[in-house]
Design a binder for this molecule. Sequence first.
Ligand code: GDP
Ligand code: MG
Length: 333
Amino acid sequence: MSAFVSSAKFLARYCSGSQAFLLRKKTISGILNLVKNNSRFLSGFISIIGRPNVGKSTLLNALLGEKIAIISDKPQTTRNRILGIVNRPGAQLVFMDTPGIHKPMHKMNEFMVKTALATYNEVDVILMLVEATEQPGGGDRFIIETLTPVKTPVFLLVNKIDLIKKEALLPLLQEYGKLYAFAEIIPISALKNDLGGLLDAIVKRLPEGPHYFPDDQLTDQPERFVVSELIREKIFELTKEEIPYSTAVVIEEMKEEPEITRITAIIYVERDSQKGILIGKSGVMLKKIGTLARLDAEKLLGVKVFLQLWVKVKKGWREDERMLKNLGLVSEE
Ligand code: GDP
Ligand code: MG
């Protein structure tokens, strides 16, 4: 099976309903363009995997030059699969930020791990991120084990090299080299935008393919979703312990007016006590979350934003299949 066919299959599998139709239409027009121009256009899908907190979302944002993925120093922040699209002359790279791979606890986490593993053989390149600040640990080895049967080329990206001495790098690269036949090993600092020759190395591995997305499109995620993620990011930044993990953010309304975009969002929590903490003394915490999220949303959308936040208690939402479906956290099958 050609890589193109498998990529198209991949699209069909991962995008449901009207979105899938849209993508298939684009795929077909891509094929037509290919025939028409008779030029070699390269395109493909790249999956970003790794333990929680190694910097996958930071890398995706660095690749795109925009903030679309949520970043936090707490693990397991990213819940959904996020696409990021990078266009280069003669090539289109579609990156997927997957939730970190870890032991499933809740139903939600189970789904997150499954999403990450299911993509391995359907993409053209896998980027496995690890941290330069640590020796290969149990979590990294677990992921490397899951890669054993995988035929897709795997690049090892040793991230956060800004935090270590140069001398420490080579022994670490050698250590990882012993664990798996990585197609490439590239030291990077996603935070400092120091990505080595990563993009060129990826392009070399891409098959001929269509423009999967229009050139000006950054992500497949609707603005609503990205805004809800920005809010979630601030909750992760400002609250502690179980609070951020117990919240879900739903955008109730997003109204574009000539001068301003009005956004109303609901933050769901599991318990009254969590609601109290999120709102804070005389509403101080919620105000902080709202202000920071609004500033980011204004940057992202390029307009003035009025952001209204509500906190609601919904007991046990993390085990509630319907709620998870609404949030796009379990598959429709
Ligand atoms: P993810 O869970 O793998 O998506 O990790 P995130 O992208 O959310 O990043 C986790 C933490 O690592 C955040 O605090 C980032 O700022 C930090 N981080 C990511 N990349 C780098 C890097 O290259 N250098 C440094 N010093 N920190 C980084
Ligand atoms: Mg992440």
